[in-house]
Design a protein around this ligand. Sequence first.
Ligand code: TXA
Ligand code: MG
Length: 316
Amino acid sequence: MRDKITPYAADSAEKAADLLRAGGLVAIPTETVYGLAADATNDLAVAKIFEAKQRPSFNPLIIHVSDLAMARGFADVLPLAAKLAEAFWPGPLTLVLPRKLGTKLSHLVSAGLETVAIRCPAAEPAQAILGKFGRPFAAPSANQSGSISPTLATHVAVSLGDAVEMILDNGPCPVGVESTILKVTENGAALLRPGGLPVEEILSVSGPLVEAQAGSMPQAPGMLARHYAPTATLQLNVRKPQVGAAYLGFGSYTQRGPLFRNLSPAADLREAAANLFRYIHELDVLADRINVAPIPKEGLGLAINDRLRRAAAPRE
Ligand code: TXA
Ligand code: MG
């Protein structure tokens, strides 16, 4: 499975674009998490994503574009959306917009909705591939549906190694949590998922956020209570670890040992987000219980707490 891992280089971007053109699946590093990419205009290729991830077909995908001009080819970019894109693209912000009529975009991408989620990734490999490919690729996180997102190429190899043609390795993803998702309508912008772009930064451009209208959030695993589920059970806001449990610390916690990780000794939320999924992946194979320290609920802490809450939700 690990033989699919290819170090990222200029010629591997070309190869990845060729594989996408041929309808194949390629795992691509972005600044947030690794994505499982397919040609967003090819129904068969997009269908392979759902099959590989065992993702319910009613859960729509994000398409990735090289810039705002490419986005305009596939969505009606409302003035507020253009303002947000100009401020934050390329970067970890996804905009849910009305689908443009009469485009070649696969309908599977939107799972039957009249909207499409679009993001312009900042990571160099993703941009290089988009430049060579010339079309958007659809890419959810490159993990089995309902499990923790991958921030290393080896995470992808373990969960999807058989399904992909190539895993481009560009080391750990610097942001480490998935993009922030905003739905933009004539009424304003609504937060659908906190993520790698802190809400506080968005507000200065978006103005006050509006409530998401009923029905704008698909009944999708990413939005369900129990998602990002490790095998171990998680206990949140634990200041002192229980005996036998692994501990995911934050800030000035100094205990060392195989079952301890500190998301950020300096209490830096950016560092904590970048380490979050890798540490959960690591501790999940070592322990049945993972105790997690309290994480401040501001900045990137909003996304971190959201993912932890979902990972800790009781099994159905
Ligand atoms: O950072 C990211 O966003 C990563 C990287 C690979 O770009 N992608 C990612 O994709 O997190 P995924 O599929 O794991 O999460 C996308 C979320 C899902 O919860 C899906 O339901 C939601 O976006 N979504 C997609 N299209 C939507 C739409 N038209 N309306 C509302 N939600 C949508
Ligand atoms: Mg996901």
